[in-house]
Design a protein around this ligand. Structure first.
Ligand code: NAP
Length: 243
């Protein structure tokens, strides 16, 4: 039986680095992506070239009915296997002041960043509970800890992920399943490329944006046996940006 890790949005940015890290740790990584096949293939190739094991799982996590169907198909195609590590990483931002925020931007951010986490975690949890083993890592955000103007939708989704993390950790702790969240500050990815880096960097004590690999190192630790006694935590990774 392989040690299977599912990384939602595992094809680009932070998720890509997490996929690469978990594969280097010996996990068989199920790399989920939504629409950018090329980026997903590239991540898969990098893992295989480095001697790791991975596969692609296309699917829109915001469409929970369809996505759970895809997970059921994966399970049928891989009898006897189960997902022992889940990284809820897929996320989008649709920033706007609340007064001007289209309802659809509220809904798509909540569906992609929050509702997906509920449905996917519920799916993988069944096997984790039976096997008495599991690692669940939710990628939250600084925005979920302190709230950021222009991000009512995103801050709400990320704050809710923190709530899920703290509540679920208490439900499943006895079954040797840990549930933690990481809360990145500003990380260099496609998601942040349109931001004013020079202006934002002025407020970051470390004097720079973070790298996806740095977030992946933290997630890798939380996914490792060494982190067995850490659960229900939210770990900031933000270069010292005050939260
Ligand atoms: P990114 O560079 O935009 O990459 C997003 C990834 O998520 C891609 O692999 C994308 O796949 C996938 N994705 C997006 N919507 C999806 C959907 N509906 N279904 C399945 N996959 C989907 O983003 P990132 O900066 O790496 O962010 C990753 C996570 O970190 C997000 O949860 C984000 O909120 C969080 N975060 C980021 C920062 C930051 O500064 N970058 C800070 C704090 C928290 P496709 O390529 O197929 O679209």
């Amino acid at each position: 039986m392989a040690n299977n890790a599912l990384v939602t949005g595992g094809s680009r940015g932070i998720g890509k680095s997490i996929s690469i890290k978990l594969a280097a740790m010996g996990y068989h990584v199920i790399i989920n992506y939504n629409s950018n096949v090329e980026a997903a293939q590239d991540t898969l190739s990098q893992i295989v070239a480095a001697g790791g094991s991975a596969e692609l799982l296309a699917g829109n996590v915001a469409d929970s009915t369809d996505f759970i169907k895809r997970l059921e198909e994966w399970q049928q195609a891989n009898p006897g296997e189960y997902i022992s590590c889940l990284v809820n990483n897929a996320g989008i931002r649709r920033d706007n002041l609340m007064i001007m925020m289209p309802d659809q931007d509220w809904e798509s951010v909540i569906d992609t960043n929050l509702n997906s986490t509920f449905y996917i975690t519920k799916f993988v949890l069944k096997s984790m509970l039976l096997k008495r083993n599991g690692r669940i890592i939710n990628v939250a955000s600084l925005s979920g800890l302190k709230g950021l103007p222009g991000q009512v939708n995103y801050s709400a989704a990320k704050a809710a992920l923190i709530g899920i993390t703290k509540a679920l950790a208490q439900e499943v702790g006895k079954r040797k399943i840990t549930v933690n969240a990481v809360a990145p500050g500003f990380i260099e990815t496609d998601m942040t490329k349109d931001l004013d880096h020079d202006e934002l960097t002025k407020n970051i004590p470390a004097g720079r944006f973070g790298k996806p690999e740095e977030v992946a190192a933290l997630v890798g630790f939380l996914a490792s046996p060494d982190a067995a006694y850490i659960t229900g935590q939210v770990i900031s990774i933000n270069g010292g940006l005050y939260t």
